[in-house]
Design a protein around this ligand. Structure first.
Ligand SMILES: Cc1cc2nc3c(=O)[nH]c(=O)nc-3n(C[C@H](O)[C@H](O)[C@H](O)COP(=O)(O)OP(=O)(O)OC[C@H]3O[C@@H](n4cnc5c(N)ncnc54)[C@H](O)[C@@H]3O)c2cc1C
Length: 412
């Protein structure tokens, strides 16, 4: 048998160099960011292992329609069979540690996964230290429903059980948080539910800020569709909630207290715990990254995408997480091959439903500038303020199509 000179040389190469010839990437978090990134890396020929705590992913986009009884919960659930069928090694365990220097991830059962580069897309965790009274136990009486699944169903059942004439209170946090227009879409669809099933009821939205995404569009729609039913209280009018009493279903603002038959608290958030364990989180609670490669500014060799990062002007959305996944995957492939990383342009569009068949949207294009993702001037914008009904209907259909496309891209 003849052995080539190259094969002989390879036998004597030190292990790390051999590892570089067949690089391994571990992805932690199989949501919109992580699942999309794992597929992009695998397609680029990188040996990819996806670590995801749950066997079934429950998607947040459109979960506000589930709350309003407009959509079944089944439409939100996705498995990982398609990723496995493609050859992506998918492990359903929680990652509990990252040793960036030794390049390995520790799983809940104690096993170790070595990597050449690591990508984290762990989403958010709720900050139970940020709003007095809102601790782990409070989520049962005052669901946040900001991580879709059991919390969504709990809030739905509370809304269904509420007698006609009750007051629903929504508590909206200051920036930054997952899905900037999400609370206002939720307010719209809860208002629709009340209007159509419990018309003597009221929705009070208490907001810790004065300015929000697609504000003029939402406010125009509320005035037209839900007058007298939906009351919005911004920061300047005393909307900031300073304390909650879960047992009494009571919230306190700078101006007094308010009881609710149903209270939905959307609390402050931070990057998922594994990002903190990896050392990738700064004092803000989020992960600073290089905006071209999404490599952590704090931990070399570890990339972070999605809701967990400080993304400058780019919002925390599923659309954004998916766009960042492609860019981060391409950058990781380049870095593993010793090639330079290309400066990207990233797109985001967020659709919101204000009623069935009534959609609005905001779009933006982003590029790295001075170490952050900034708006590309002149690109993007919102739906027109005074649009005829067919335009709103078309946007509601685009939203559905977007959901089908992005979930197919992430989960197959
Ligand atoms: C009500 C609502 C409506 C929304 N609507 C829209 C919309 O219309 N359009 C839009 O673009 N976005 C929307 N979003 C935002 C969108 O859901 C998030 O921005 C998106 O899910 C972020 O993706 P991600 O990958 O960063 O995190 P996630 O999708 O949350 O995925 C994180 C995954 O990581 C896993 N994980 C975390 N830690 C570990 C660990 N240690 N080990 C293993 N696995 C782990 C979790 O189980 C989870 O599956 C909405 C959000 C909400 C709450």
């Amino acid at each position: 048998m003849r052995i080539s000179r190259r094969a002989l040389a390879a036998l004597f190469l030190p292990a790390p160099v051999l590892a570089q010839a067949s690089p391994r990437v571990v992805v932690v978090g199989g949501g919109f960011g992580g699942a999309s990134a794992a597929r992009a890396l695998h397609r680029a020929g990188i040996a990819t292992t996806l670590v995801e705590a749950n066997a079934i992913y429950t998607a947040c986009p459109f979960s506000n329609a589930v709350l309003a009884g407009l959509r079944p919960m089944e439409a939100q659930r996705f498995g990982y069979d398609a990723l496995r069928a493609e050859g992506i090694s998918t492990i359903h365990q929680r990652a509990v540690g990252v040793d960036a220097a030794a390049r390995r991830v520790t799983l809940a059962d104690g096993s170790l996964l070595p990597f050449d580069r690591l990508l984290l897309s762990p989403g958010i965790e709720i900050r139970f230290d940020a709003l007095p009274g809102y601790d782990e136990a409070a989520v049962e009486a005052m669901p946040h429903a900001w991580q879709a699944g059991a919390q969504t169903m709990l809030l739905r059942s509370q809304l269904e059980a509420m007698p006609d004439g009750g007051t629903v209170v929504m508590v909206v946090p200051p920036n930054p948080y997952r899905c900037p227009p999400g609370p206002y879409e939720r307010a719209s669809l809860i208002a629709h539910y009340l209007k159509t099933t419990k018309p003597r009821s009221k929705l009070l939205v208490l907001d810790a800020k004065d300015v929000f995404s697609k504000q003029r569009l939402f406010e125009a729609a509320w005035a037209a569709l839900y007058p007298g039913l939906l009351e919005y209280v911004p920061l300047a009018m005393g909307g900031r909630v300073t304390e909650v009493d879960a047992r009494a279903r009571r919230v306190t603002t700078d101006f007094g207290t308010q009881d609710g038959a149903v209270v939905n608290v959307i609390p402050p958030q931070r990057a998922g715990a594994i990002a903190q364990l990896a050392g990738a989180v700064d004092r803000s609670g989020w992960c600073p990254v290089d905006p071209a490669s999404f490599e952590s500014r704090l931990v070399p060799g570890v990339h972070v995408i999605g809701d967990a990062i400080i993304a400058g002007a780019m919002p925390k959305s599923a659309f954004a997480a998916n766009a960042q996944a492609r860019v981060a995957a391409a950058a990781m492939v380049a870095l593993l091959a010793g090639r330079p990383v290309q400066a990207p342009k990233l797109l985001n569009t967020c659709y919101s439903l204000v009623a069935p068949g009534y959609g609005i949207s905001v779009a933006g294009v982003y590029q790295p500038t001075n170490g952050l993702l900034t708006d590309v001037p002149g690109a993007g914008g919102t739906s027109p303020l005074n649009a005829p009904e067919p335009v709103r209907q078309a946007e509601a259909l685009y939203a559905e199509d977007w959901y089908k496309t992005i979930t197919a891209d992430a989960f197959g």
